[in-house]
Every structure is written in C-alpha cells, then in structure tokens.
Design a protein around this ligand. Sequence first.
Ligand code: ZN
Length: 557
Amino acid sequence: MNNRTVIYPARIVRTMDPSRPVATAFAVRDGLIRAVGTVEELSVYPHAVIDERYAEAVIVPGFVEAHAHAGSGGMWDGQVYVGYFDRTDPDGNHWPGCTSTGAILERLREAESALEDPLEPLRAWGMDNIYFPESSILVRELDTVSGARPIQVNHANGHVAVVNSAVLRMAGIDASTVTKGVEKYADGTPNGELREFAAMGLVHELFGGGLLSLSPRTLRNFAQDAVNQGVTTITDLGSMGLLTEEGRATYTDTVDEDFPVRLNVFQFGMGLGTGSLPEATAQALAAVKQLGHSKLRFGNVKLMLDGSIQGFTARLLAPGYLGDQPNGIWNTTPEEFEAAFAAFHRAGLLIHVHCNGDQASDLFLDTLESVLTKYPRPDHRHTMTHSQLTTQAQYRRAAALGACANIFSNHLWYWGDQHADRILGWDRASRMNATRSALNAGVPISLHCDTPVTELSPLKTMKHAITRLTPSGRILGELERLDVEEALHAVTLGAAYMLKMDGEVGSIEAGKRADVAILDQDPYETAPEEIGTIRVLGTMLGGRHQNAKSGALASAD
Ligand SMILES: [Zn+2]
C-alpha cells in the first residue's frame, strides 16, 4: 500500500451517508475513503489514478454482521451437514438440504461407513425435528446408523443435540439422570435429546469439546465465507477464549494484515461452564480490550438468557406456546444475570444479550433499568440479540432505556411456517422479528444470521426482512416489512452502531475505512424476492481487494 489516491468508478455507489446517498465513484488513500463523488470531482485530488475494475459493479458499504460464530468455519471440517435447507460451504461447494428423516439417516449412514476406526465419533449438524412432526430422529433412529460408534447430531439452533445409545452409555446418562434438559421417553429412559447447555455439556468430552471449537483454519474458513458474502466486519459472538493467553493467541496469530475481514470477538460472560466470577471476568476483559487493533476487537460481552423458540426452550410470557408446551429453560438464573450484567456494565463494556422469548426480553429490560438506575452510563448501546418476540411495549421501553435490538429476520424463512403452524400460532408468528415496530419505537436495529444456525448472507437476510416470505409462500406479518433502504441500513450502519464501530465502518464516507461490498446488481433496482440472488464479486477491506470464491474479478490489490 502507498499513499496514492485511487479513484474507483462504479455503476453506482450506495453510500448510506444521508448527505450524499448516491455517487458514481469513490477514492481511497491509505486504506481510508478519501472522497465520494464523480470521477471528475475526485480527479482534483493530487496524484489521483483511476482504477476501472469496479466500473460495471454496484458498490455498497461492506456488510457488518453483528451476530455470528467463528466456529461455523469449522462445521465443514469432519462434520456432516444434515440441515433442511441447501447450503454453500466457504469453498463454494453446494450441499443439498435433507428434507426427510430418511434423507438424514441415509447421509449419516454414508458418513458412518466412510470412517475406518469403529470408535471414531461421528458428528453432524443442522438438523431440526420440527420439520418432521411425524417422524423425529431420537436415540432409536440414530442406533439404526450405529449403536457402537458415538454419534451426535446437533440441531440447527445450537441449543439441542440428539445422541445415540453409545453416547448415553459412555456419558453415564440413564433413567436416573436428573440434569435439566435430558429428555426421556414415556417409560423414563432417555430418548437421546439433550436440551440446552447443561444437558449438552454432559457429552462434550466425547466429542473433543463444544460445537464451536476454534482453530486457525476454522477462522480462515469463516473469513473466506465473509468475503464470499460481502461482509467486511463480523463478530464471534460468544468466544470462550479471551481469558487465557492461549485462547487469545488463536485470534491474534491468525488475524494478521492479510486476514480478509475485521473480527469483533465477544466473550461469553457467564454460564456455559465458564466458572469464573463476573467481576474477575470484567476486569480481565477490560484489560484485553487494549490488545485489539484495526482488524481485531476484544472486550465485548455476550450473555445468554433463554433457549430456542423452535426447540421449545425459549422463555415465553403468557399465552405461551401454541400447544401449551411447558415454558422453556433459563441458561442463567435472573439473579446471576443481574450480578453479571452489573459487573460488565460498570467495567464500561458493551453487552449483547441473547433474548429469544418475550420473557427473556422482559428480564433484559428489567435488569437494564435496575442497573442503569444504580450505575448510570451514557450511550451504552447494550443490545437484545435475536429479539424475536419482543412486544410493542417492550420496544417502547427499550427505546427509553437506550437499548438496541439485533433482530433475527432469517427465522421468518427458516422456521416461519413452523412458527405459524406448530410453535406460536399465526397471530404471534406474524408479529415476530418485528422490525417495523422496533424502528417506529425508535430502537436502533440490525439483522443477523447467527451462522452456523442460518446461512451467512446479508443479502438474503435483507430479502427476508423485506418480503417476510415463508417457504410455503405466505407473508408472515406484512406490516412489519422493511423497505430496501432500511434493510441495507440495518446490515451496514445499523450493525456497526451496536458494535460501537459506526464512526469507522458501515457507510462510505470520507475518513472512514475503505470497506465495501462489490455486487453485480443494485438491490434498489432488484425485485425484493430476488435480492438474495445478487452475486457478490468480492469486497474491499481497508482499500485492498478481496476475491469471493467463484467471484469474477481478478485478485490484485
Ligand atoms: Zn448465536
């Protein structure tokens, strides 16, 4: 890199800067945007050269994904994908979805027979029994694949796993096990389903750790996936690694000057077996915050309240689940939560809290109000992440308390039909992920994918928030739809805001980092249902071109 000014003409530049929303070129110097305008306007800058590589492309701010998991980059290494929807891995390979339990068992059998060591564990991911109400996969079904080899199949939501009898035996789980979330058949014997983290933790050791373990290769896969999808800033929302030097090294050794995305790592603040006291964790995180740099951020905190709606482990206020299923599971008690929240808040850290059900949103808001009353702090930007069932009254309260909402609009597609027909009923399903209500109440929003739970693709996420279509063709809550401008804002500047990075990324403005996504079509000129099919040609990160796998532009800086 040198200090030349390079002018990039484009078909159109959508800046997300209200004072100049549209341009036909942008100029870059030293990794920063120098100016936005026409080629003619930009040519007055000294020593400017023109680079035509994006002349036919559409330029938008690089997408910012404020809720993703870096471990998703490892899901394709030695694990078997058995999700319902088609998926593309970071190398650009296409994996067809498994739309029946027969197809899942078939894929597991294939993978099982390919393993030479008879005791090597087999792990699969992406399943959800909610798609197969007549034929669940539980321990008996998995035993038809193998009763001897340990097998674990994780649900797409990451909150439920199903294991075979070999795993139950090795982990000592039987009719006498009382851990919450160890599900049982009517006769009292375990049915293989493990709900939420206490139950799933019983079998972690057999599989060499939790679902989202990290390695340098995992991180690089994750980053390539980001480039393929036009993402220039991404999060690892729930790391267990920041409190030890060894854990931090995975990030610091890998995220170097060639790493193609900015990574913002949130540490799990409590629960899930972290063990340490929140005050000690808060002090440690405040210290490691200093170790970050322009590509790597440490020091933010993720807290977990309830579970998953489609796993029936989310905490719901009345009137509860459609079929009157029992209420869900708290992953932390309200008392522990408040103590932890207060500790991280007082240390000046940014906190994102997993709230799926409306009872979780309530607990978040009660806690935020109580903590802010005792320890006022301006511009905290604490965020409800998922915020799937947050109500009108809760959004008004969130606005008054200065909270943000990172909304899980992908659910409208992935589980929308199931939410309407089996989990919540049409009435509440059509008001879930209430993006319009949040904006009307004045709550800053973003939209996320929670990869590996759903596919990383901000363009598809925009489409889901704009159309609210389900796979069966219904519109789930037409009054909650966003327009394309609002959706693009949510996945760029909106996400940057709740990461406290909006002064730096999220829009194309002089002085900000030269992070852009390069598209082959303009989302504003594309039919809403087609926005997810717009091709990402690559990204520019800090002024350097990054090629998408299967992208068409030549790789050069
Ligand atoms: Zn998540």
